[in-house]
Design a protein around this ligand. Sequence first.
Ligand SMILES: [Mn+2]
Length: 274
Amino acid sequence: MDPHVYNTLILSDLHLGAETSHAREATRVLKENRFERLILLGDIFADLNFARLTKEHWKFLGYIRKLSNPKRKIEVVWVEGNHDHGLANIMSHLVGVRVYQRYKWVYHGLRHIAVHGHQFDGFQVSRVTLSRVATSLYLLLQKLDFKSKPIARMIDRLNTRWLRMSSKVAEGALSYARHHGADRIFCGHTHEALHTEKDGIEYYNSGGWVDSRLTYLTIDEEGVQIHDYVENGERERADDRDSGEERGEADTALADLADDSGLLEDVEYEGVGR
Ligand SMILES: [Mn+2]
């Protein structure tokens, strides 16, 4: 039986280097599906500190390198996110993947655009901003009467702002798509899988791999689908047999780069937001 081949598979916000990154599960999704194009839609890394990458995180990168082997005839695309920012050159050498700010393609007569989505967020939390917030929160606590529950109110306000991000990114993306004459636009960044439509333009968010819901998108003749990752024991065993000779080579190259950490020492580490 021929497995189904998707035109495109999209995943984002894996945040490699973060403890909460579900790299093993993401690698499995790539192994269990067939596709002609893979789009890594940003924030695949949590930051530029490669020392935080675990074995499973390196395995994911090794598998990307394997997929990008020209013999496989799969187009692997990396769209830069706010956490990936500045990785373009390193990643194209490390895993052999081209890095884009935004990626456009035509499929089934429809114009598609993929962009990470932080461009539409308008609320970039930097380390500096966070520490300022923490300082003013502390000063506020000292000044204010506890009975007035300042913490609760502030958290409420932050939450409301956070929850609005998902729809804000969707709105920004839809008008960006209209401006660029696209029929479909794909984003990540919010960590919340979503589909919405406006004036005949479709917006899809690929969600993320750090929270309880792990999602990815596929595109084929039927349209676009949001998939939830589900564990499958049977496939796990099939996977083990698949670990081939190519991986050894990729792992060595990756390990070499990981050791060569001097390359990365001077790169500024910033960005605590999504
Ligand atoms: Mn992001």
